[in-house]
Design a protein around this ligand. Sequence first.
Ligand SMILES: Cc1cc2nc3c(=O)[nH]c(=O)nc-3n(C[C@H](O)[C@H](O)[C@H](O)COP(=O)(O)OP(=O)(O)OC[C@H]3O[C@@H](n4cnc5c(N)ncnc54)[C@H](O)[C@@H]3O)c2cc1C
Length: 434
Amino acid sequence: MNQSLFAPGYKSAPYWWERTPRPELPEAAPPARAEVAIIGSGYTGLSAAIQTARGGRHSVVLDAEDAGWGCSSRNGGQIGTSIKPDFSELAARHGGETALRILREGHNALDWIGDFIAAEGIDCDFKRVGRFRGAHNPANYEILAGSLTKQPKGLEIEAHMVPRAEQHSELGSDLYHGGMVMARHAALDPARYHQGLLDRALAAGVEVVTHCAVTGIARAGEGFRLQTARGSLVARDVIVATNGYTGGLTPWQRRRVIPIGSYMIATEPLPEAQMDRLMPRDRVHSDTRKMVYYYRASPDRRRILFGGRVSLSETDPRLGAPRLHAELTRIFPELAETRVTHGWMGFVGYTFDKLPHLGRRDGIHYAIGYCGSGISLASYFGTRIGQQLLGRAEGRTGLDGLRFSGRPYYWGRPWFLAPAIRYYRWHDSLGVGS
Ligand SMILES: Cc1cc2nc3c(=O)[nH]c(=O)nc-3n(C[C@H](O)[C@H](O)[C@H](O)COP(=O)(O)OP(=O)(O)OC[C@H]3O[C@@H](n4cnc5c(N)ncnc54)[C@H](O)[C@@H]3O)c2cc1C
């Protein structure tokens, strides 16, 4: 391993935790009874809890680790329309009307999160900065341009193409063959946003019990008995909000969620003039490669935060950092000597149909499977599942009732990912459109 890559004082921890350390909550056992028990304290769990508590239900959130320890304080802070499959793929599977309904929810979630943050007054550097999506070859530039002229009615986005000759107005890189700007996409500081949700949940009366893994769930009369690391709890209703960390506690969900490691690095601070050259418009960035890479400036515009799915299940971020740094340098060769101050990873939750799913199974509510784009979706569907539990009409979503399938021989360990990643790397190295 190239040790000179790591700055003195390097940390294998999220950059975001410097400004927003994991919250210190009193070490408590869960109460013996609650009306709603929510497993997982990320965006999904807290958004649901805010609804149920404000709706008058005694709500308890339980997490095996610190509050927000999962993806919700580790992500890249980039927000798009977030639903992965496009209209033609969904229309072939579900018909045009359902496809439209599903995709609209991605647009709704993107609008909703900005309105929600403003209405709640959450201080988290939320900005509609827009996204520049680079085309990694000429064929993909044409595909992006074509997608703009053929936007499905009712799903039009505010976007424009930037040819290669003008690319430096968006990004100080010659790697791409032009790209597309999507104006409504946004950025935030994910850990500050999580802290804002936590503060609002606590203010609404939610009990948040951390370092308290839920180890068993069984029916108990009208409700459920949860066994935890610190005693048991009987709750009328349960919400599963464990996404990429879904384990053996909920085998039905586990068979339907594929945990995939996503990795990030933060660079050491860059000179202001260099940052202004590399990222002149302060946008969020991604590209058309199948192997996903995403990057942006930190909110104070001093560092680049660079992420990607460079490994499968390796949990040591020091091992993923060199690969990310190599990709960073492919985009910005002048950063070859720039060192890394932070490296971290988390498990995102994919599903076999690449869609999030929410609903109720055996009486237990769940919202899960945001396929790596969960800032808006987890907050939005977490809110909706809380409203559904309260029996409120506004809890209905365009994804309700979708079949949530697993696959034969899949019990929660994604043995099929290694060949898929090798295929993606090979595919990206070809000059073909995807
Ligand atoms: C490196 C990285 C970059 C990302 N970048 C982006 C991005 O730029 N944009 C975007 O939209 N999304 C991004 N994501 C994805 C996004 O962060 C997630 O989709 C979202 O945070 C999911 O929120 P959640 O609340 O559902 O799950 P999480 O925040 O993962 O929370 C799940 C929680 O469940 C807890 N848990 C699990 N089992 C138990 C149990 N038995 N008992 C108690 N607690 C349990 C875990 O400890 C964990 O805290 C990224 C993710 C990662 C890892």
